[in-house]
Design a protein around this ligand. Sequence first.
Ligand code: SF4
Length: 133
Amino acid sequence: MRLAVFEGGTPLTTREVAEAVNVPYAHMAKVITRLQHLGVVEARRGRGGGLELTGLGRTASVGWLVRELEGEDEVVTCEGDTPCPLRGACRLRGALREAQEAFHRALDPLTVADLVTAPTGPVLVGLTGRRPD
Ligand code: SF4
């Protein structure tokens, strides 16, 4: 979202975005790497380099992005090493699956560009992570 309101000038770096949104640098670096693999962010190295949202990144469905980043695993662990004895006949499991699908469906129509309209965008523009001169 921060990259979606870039207004020209020197692109932000991973460190600057991390500082702007109060996220540890190591965590942000991992997120940026995943976003690069999805084709929604480009990182240019060297002087004048930095991060840029791609065209796909701007128009990407938020539901798609959340599925890609968070996965679509069930929200509870019913199987596994110690499977739940209710797993074959559990109404809660079915209800949670439907709730998870509804959660993704609600995000599907939104794009990243939609998320940075006012009032969010103007606030994001002020979050630079850059120290004042
Ligand atoms: S009670 Fe139902 S939802 Fe919870 S772990 Fe067991 S099968 Fe899964």
